[in-house]
Design a protein around this ligand. Structure first.
Ligand SMILES: CC(C)(COP(=O)(O)OP(=O)(O)OC[C@H]1O[C@@H](n2cnc3c(N)ncnc32)[C@H](O)[C@@H]1OP(=O)(O)O)[C@@H](O)C(=O)NCCC(=O)NCCS
Length: 180
């Protein structure tokens, strides 16, 4: 497996795998409903993030195996009460490639990349089953508030080497997240 920066030629495959990864289960009632032809909201979000001013190309990575892109992660600029930080997501792995270590490889690479960039912290909304293995903790335990307090412990933070206790307060994602 190779984890590398995404290239323009990767975009069609990235949108395809993100659509598949976030597709509503058939018969759930959420498929084919609002949003246009059942396209998951993450696809439109990703398109806006790619085109937005807060896109961080150094932290947009793909995992490639046997010449096929099987997973993607994107990060965008966010802010913790005036301190810069990284907002992570969406992270997606093609359904036919899940549970084979692709997501873990992408997460480890993007965390190392953010550390190398001198970023103080990574914030995300996600599963409390998945992200603690990388060191993520509830953001509230660091004094960082989610944009929506209802997210509770699913809004998580990974403090990096340059993090310090003065970095606290409300977190603000890149603008496209407000359109969800
Ligand atoms: C979540 C996701 C990125 C994980 O990537 P992956 O390549 O499948 O996972 P990995 O192989 O790297 O890690 C496997 C381990 O992660 C855990 N895991 C995988 N998917 C999980 C999920 N959806 N929720 C909680 N834990 C999960 C399991 O413990 C698994 O270990 P196991 O197979 O021994 O039980 C991928 O399943 C995916 O794209 N899902 C759909 C989209 C999504 O939910 N994105 C993340 C939003 S938080």
């Amino acid at each position: 497996m190779i984890v590398r920066h995404e290239q323009p030629a990767d975009r069609p495959r990235i949108f395809e795998l993100v659509a598949e990864a976030f597709a509503a289960p058939a018969g759930s009632g959420a498929d084919g409903a609002a949003g246009g032809a059942g396209e998951p909201a993450e696809v439109g979000l990703l398109a806006q993030l790619f085109d937005g001013a807060d896109y961080l190309p150094a932290l947009s990575l793909v995992a490639e195996r046997d010449g096929r892109v099987d997973g993607h992660v994107i990060c965008t600029r966010g802010w913790i009460d005036g301190f810069r930080a990284v907002g992570l997501g969406p992270l997606a792995v093609s359904p036919d490639a899940q549970r084979e270590g692709v997501g873990i490889a992408l997460m480890e690479a993007v965390i190392a990349g953010a550390e190398a960039e001198g970023e103080p912290a990574i914030l995300l909304l996600g599963s409390t089953e998945y992200y603690p293995r990388f060191g993520f903790v509830p953001a509230s335990s660091l004094g960082i508030q989610a944009p929506d307090l209802a997210w509770g412990e699913n809004f998580m933070a990974l403090p990096l080497a340059s993090f310090h206790s003065g970095i606290r307060g409300p977190f603000r994602y890149a603008a496209p997240f407000n359109n969800l």
